[in-house]
Design a protein around this ligand. Structure first.
Ligand SMILES: NC(=O)c1ccc[n+]([C@@H]2O[C@H](COP(=O)([O-])OP(=O)(O)OC[C@H]3O[C@@H](n4cnc5c(N)ncnc54)[C@H](O)[C@@H]3O)[C@@H](O)[C@H]2O)c1
Length: 259
């Protein structure tokens, strides 16, 4: 049991919270005392995810397709009514299309860019006014947006063109919004996290067993990461421990990009 209660009272929202990295992040935020809104399009797994969050503050399940603009507006209204502010936004929901370019339809391309990219744009733009309403509390001087990108924003990958393109967009969107918030004098920090191979349903679905074994053996630490290890990096960027970081990219990849 994590006894760190440094986020007690903070209001947090995590997309893609029913599985993998999003679920581990929601659980870690809840253990740190935050009131967590778990957002996902998978209602069944969302209910189980909420039930798995321990920490005292009542978590909230919210069904949303993160590519829906009207869906985001409804979520804004609900959080505004309940709390009047938001302290932490984790744009995590995503999917990986692993397919040769020749077999990638325009619809596949658009789905990849929508789920991985539009979602981050919509979530950030919609929630900015709530993130700008800071509590006058000494222990939290900034609010935080954390966008989950990928090492695929920095290095390409065969058969990953639409995914690489979308994650690259998230990386640069993060930096642009970080500077815009800073220029406006908003105390909103915006950073991105770049996981390497993390053992989650998404990663397993994207690669066949042979490719999976090859991928893992090429990682300097000789293993895939866990969702909890990425959640720890997200928690750091959500907390005041990273108060001087904005527009930064935090790589969590077992050393993959070091070589
Ligand atoms: N697992 C990895 O190796 C890895 C590596 C780099 C980056 N990432 C990124 O991490 C994030 C989380 O991935 P994961 O590995 O935990 O995947 P996952 O498949 O375990 O979880 C993704 C969650 O997002 C939800 N989701 C997907 N589309 C949605 C939509 N349109 N609306 C709402 N919810 C939606 C799914 O229902 C699921 O619960 C993704 O952005 C992914 O690209 C993962």
């Amino acid at each position: 049991m994590n006894e760190d209660r440094s986020l007690a009272g903070a209001i947090a929202l995590v997309t893609g919270a029913a599985s993998g990295i999003g679920l581990a992040t929601a659980q870690a935020l809840a253990r740190s005392g935050a009131i967590v809104w778990l957002v996902d399009r998978d209602e069944e797994r969302l209910a189980a995810a909420v039930a798995s969050c321990e920490g005292g503050a009542q978590p909230v399940a919210w069904h949303l397709d993160v590519t829906s603009e009207t869906g985001w507006s409804a979520l804004f209204a609900a959080i505004d009514e309940r709390h009047g502010r938001l302290d932490i936004l984790v744009n995590n929901a995503g999917l990986a299309h692993f397919q040769p370019l020749a077999q990638t339809s325009l619809a596949d391309w658009r789905t990849s860019l929508a789920v991985n990219g539009d979602s981050v744009f919509l979530g950030t733009r919609t929630m900015l006014p709530l993130l700008a309403r800071h509590p006058a509390r000494a222990e939290r001087s900034t609010s935080a947006i954390i966008n989950v990108s990928s090492v695929r924003a920095m290095i390409g990958g065969a058969n990953f063109a639409s995914y690489c393109a979308a994650k690259g967009a998230v990386r640069m969107f993060t930096k642009a919004v970080a500077l815009e918030c800073a220029a406006l004098g908003e105390r909103i920090r915006v950073n991105s996290v770049h996981p390497g191979f993390i053992d989650t349903p998404l990663a397993r679905a994207a690669l066949d067993p042979e490719a999976l074994a090859r991928r893992v053996s090429a990682i300097p630490l000789q293993r895939g990461g866990t969702a909890e290890e990425v959640a720890a990096a997200i928690l750091f960027l959500a907390s005041e421990a990273s108060s001087y970081m904005t527009g930064a990219e935090l790589v969590v990849d077992g050393g993959t990009l070091a070589g």
